[in-house]
Design a protein around this ligand. Sequence first.
Ligand code: NAP
Length: 456
Amino acid sequence: MPDLRVAVVGSGPAGVYAAGALTRTDGVTVDVLDRLPAPYGLVRYGVAPDHVKMKSVDVALRKVLEQPSVRFLGNVEVGTDVTLDELRRRYDAVVFATGAAVDRRLGVPGEDLAGSFSATDFVAWYSGHPDADLDRFTLGARRVVVIGVGNVAVDVARVLSKTAAELSPTDVPGHVLDVLDASTVEEVTVVGRRGPAQAKFTTKELRELGELANADVLVDPADLELSDADLGAVEADRTLRANLEVLREWSTREPAGRPRRLWLRFWLRPVEVLGVDAVTGLRTERSRLDASGRLVGTGETVDLPAEMVLRSVGYRTLPLPGLPFDERAGVVPHASGRVLTEAGPLTGVYVAGWIKRGPTGVIGTNKSDAAQTIAALLADAPALPRVPERDPDALPALLAARGVRPVEWTGWEAIDAAERELGVARGCDRVKIADRATLLETAARPVTADSGTRPS
Ligand code: NAP
């Protein structure tokens, strides 16, 4: 392969897997850009802190970013610090893997009342995301309702049900631990608008709720009665069958008198977040599926009292400047990863990950997804026009002229070392630095021999 310069935008799993697939071809150099000073996207800022094994995928991602043909440029926002056109003048190909950054709206009255938050916000806060205000959450509520029955709902319900002591061995920032320590939450209710046979969570994640030391998990057996259609669906699907088994077992368990209660409820669709100045509950309507499988209300209202509501109804992608966008599907139109405009393919521009297929699947799904995109890119490569500007310093120079200081790999290593050092003080592997200014200051400090230790 003749010399090919590629920019990958986004250093989450999809972006790094794309970079990794590119490095398997000689002659390809890759700059991985990220708007945050730290790499790994949702592995760092989405995977729950107590999912240590899942988080350890960062070891594989790091190996890609440490390859000599790959350069990490954090703290660079495409669309703000540099435009797509400017990238296209400096790279032969650009791959967008920017994910789905914001929450889907619920579309009911009261959604924006004080005390009603998106789960995305809560996850960002407990993950120490630099965009999340440190004091966004106080957890002074006694009852919390979580809307949605996907894996994010399960994550936030589990974090709300755990004690600070249980989360202290993880990487959660200190201010999060303080708030969890002072939490007054006694009851968490996770609410599905459809039934257990339609729930999106996976069995392993569901099971963890039954292993909580500090909370009893409760299920009403009436919620688990299945229609003939649901019975058929459950019989045919291993995950659904296993989910139902777990839920049935819980529905027969006597509560053990643990300090918190975690309810899983189904067939309640949100109608209104109740409250005047602040949340006092969630009004729902009992629901069912009609003969054609459409969700319909029964007219019966069920109010769930709560001082906090977390809307966990999925992520959505925002349009990116210079890229076409399919509003309805919430993705960039593409063919095998090649970005498509109404006039045809946008030469040399590709997508991978959630911006390509929507916010679904597990981390590993991004590997095959990125592989498809990179196969298309490499097939196109011989015919892609090579840009005249081939100096690797051209982009950093343009950014410097704009006062933007990218965080390169050595900068990330300094952050990594500082976080590990904080971990030593708390007796855990790492404590995250949440604040953007501190991240940038830390990135600018050289790593010394005794600052933190890194795993092999
Ligand atoms: P999700 O799996 O799409 O679940 C969204 C949930 O919100 C569904 O139960 C959906 O119900 C419900 N919902 C949507 N609109 C609603 C409305 N207007 N009113 C009430 N409920 C509504 O999304 P997610 O939980 O955000 O997860 C995103 C992706 O990340 C998934 O692929 C997930 O598996 C993955 N993830 C994985 C892990 C893990 O592996 N541990 C952890 C976190 C996230 P309907 O089905 O009725 O629409």
